[in-house]
Design a protein around this ligand. Structure first.
Ligand code: NAD
Length: 508
């Protein structure tokens, strides 16, 4: 396939790079990447060896000494060029995302657009890494704070956003003066290799040292080399809650910093005072988009009893017309799940739902024959459930939508917040009081709360992340950059006496 060549991909690819130079140890574990679309082999990468890992960390540490000295706006200029390189490769990279991860091509393009957007954001940010100035309580003193680069930032990413999550972290960290080591998901290694290939020319053209944008590949073990490594002050990890709990403990044991972006269990409340057609359409995008494999996918729909059947019937009629098939085909809205294991997990979730007393209203089956031969395609499911069922409390990374009935808004809010995750949330209502209540301190406990917008599809300008077991991290827009820097408070005495704070007298 020509587009793979244009992205610099071969049948066998080096899994380790310092940005400028690749490392290729054939004896290491070979990670094959099969497309979820048809199970065919796309290519392979070689897992990073311990020796290569050491070289990468040493090179990233060395590069940090040069990179941090470069004025931030000049670093921004490099990111601007990376943004342009991504623009040039948007279609090819979007197609690879679709081929390797299985999301529809439109969403693949959207993911690359998100990378371009974050580059633009980071360029502007490179002139705005502001600290505050305070009034000192002591005469002839000046007090202010400044932000310095942190060092090496380790980025561990999940399969479902195989390129954007890296860029959210890497582009912001880079303008902040940090160097980056990326360990992508072992399920989508080729997307990572392609990104590294795209930026390689920019690094060479600008004569930058090797070690600014590094990549290592491998499974959990390779990730653990980095999480336990004191030379990596910040670990930004995106993935399951299970992974986040492991990473948090390992990094905390060495008193490092973490930025955790973990699982969600996102709900939409539909009030009787909603624009119901709008609510239903937003629900469908949130529940079946990316085949239910977004951290912000809509998993629970909390609907007022007076409109429950109306909403359910409308959803079923839309679900019946959803085109399921190859994500590269025009018109497809739902592609495959990432692998057969994900399909099995969905099937077992539907069994658990029935065991708990819930009802499968529509869909849920594994599709077979023809284009569905890979065994990775499912029909999105609509179920009736109760919020307290264990299976409703857990995040199943598949297109299952649980409909939950409520009578009073207070009850709806209890259901809404009654899960361990706290990522994205939404209410559909045209009633100002209900909307404001949802956004108030007593409302949604999530990191993202929307009114008349679904739970998925955030913009890069805001800080992205969630509360509770979603991990508390914030990345992308707003002031998320601060986590990639160390804050220093400075006080300068330009007078001729030595007054002490709090008026303490200490005469010597
Ligand atoms: P996963 O947890 O299986 O793997 C994520 C990454 O962590 C992979 O690179 C994996 O190799 C690595 N990893 C696993 N255990 C590790 C350990 N102990 N130490 C170091 N690295 C380790 O997740 P997945 O299946 O790839 O992705 C799906 C999950 O990611 C879902 O739960 C989804 O909600 C979540 N997610 C969250 C966000 C967010 O922003 N909150 C975004 C995307 C995905």
């Amino acid at each position: 396939m020509d587009f793979l060549k244009r992205l610099g991909l071969e049948a066998d690819n080096a899994g380790t790079t310092t940005g400028n130079k690749t490392m290729f140890t054939k004896s290491a574990t070979r990670i094959e990447s099969h497309s979820p679309i048809d199970g065919k082999l796309i290519g392979a990468v070689y897992s990073t060896t311990k020796e290569e890992y050491e070289t990468v960390v040493n090179t990233a540490a060395e590069a940090f000494k040069t990179w941090r000295k470069m004025p931030a706006p000049q670093r921004g200029e490099i990111i601007r060029q990376i943004g342009d390189a991504l623009r040039e490769h948007k279609e090819d990279l979007g197609k690879l995302v679709s081929l390797e991860m299985g999301k529809i091509y439109q969403e693949g393009l959207g993911e690359v657009q998100e990378m371009i957007d974050i580059c633009d954001f980071a360029v502007g940010l490179s002139r705005q890494l502001y600290g505050l100035t305070m009034h000192s309580e002591r005469p002839d003193h000046r007090m202010y704070e400044q932000y310095h680069p942190l060092g090496i930032v380790g980025v561990i990413s999940a399969f479902n956003f195989p390129v954007a999550v890296w860029s959210w972290n890497a582009m912001i960290a880079a303008v902040c003066g940090d160097t980056i080591i990326w360990k992508p998901s072992e399920k989508t290694p080729l997307c990572a290799v392609a990104c590294q290939n795209i930026i390689k020319d920019v690094l060479a053209k600008n004569d930058l040292p090797e070690g600014i944008f590094c990549m290592i590949n491998g499974d959990r073990e390779v990730g653990e080399w980095m999480t336990s490594d004191k030379r990596v002050p910040l670990i930004s990890a995106t993935g399951s809650i299970r992974m986040g709990k492991q990473v948090a403990q390992v990094v905390a044991a060495r008193l490092g910093k973490t930025l955790l972006e973990l699982g969600g269990n996102n709900a939409i409340i539909i009030s009787p005072q909603a624009d119901i057609e709008m609510a239903v359409r937003a629900t469908v995008f949130g529940a079946v988009g990316t085949a239910g494999q977004r951290c912000t996918s809509t998993r629970r729909l909390i609907v007022h009893e007076s409109i429950f059947d109306q909403v359910k019937d409308r959803l079923v009629s839309i679900y019946k017309n959803i085109a399921i098939g190859s994500p590269l085909e025009e018109g497809t809205l739902v592609g495959p799940l990432i692998d057969k294991q994900a399909v099995d997990m969905m099937q077992s979730a539907l069994e658990s739902l029935k065991d708990a007393g819930g009802e499968l209203v529509y869909g849920g089956e594994v599709l077979q024959g023809g284009v569905y031969d890979s065994g990775t395609y499912v029909r999105p499911a609509i179920c009736i459930a109760e919020n307290h069922y264990q299976i409703v409390q857990d995040e199943t990374f598949a297109p299952i939508l649980y409909l939950i009935r409520y009578r009073e808004m207070e009850e709806a809010m209890e259901y809404h917040n009654g899960v361990v995750q706290g990522l994205s949330s939404a209410i559909f209502t045209l009633n100002l009081r209900e909307a404001e209540q949802f956004l108030s301190h007593a409302g949604s406990d999530c990191g993202i709360a929307n009114v008349n917008i679904g739970t998925s599809g955030a913009e890069i300008g805001g800080a992205f992340g969630g509360e509770k077991e979603t991990g508390g991290g914030r990345e992308s827009g707003s002031d998320s950059w601060k986590i990639y820097m160390r804050r220093q408070t400075n006080t300068i005495n330009w007078g001729s006496s030595l007054p002490l704070a709090q008026g303490i007298r200490f005469d010597v």
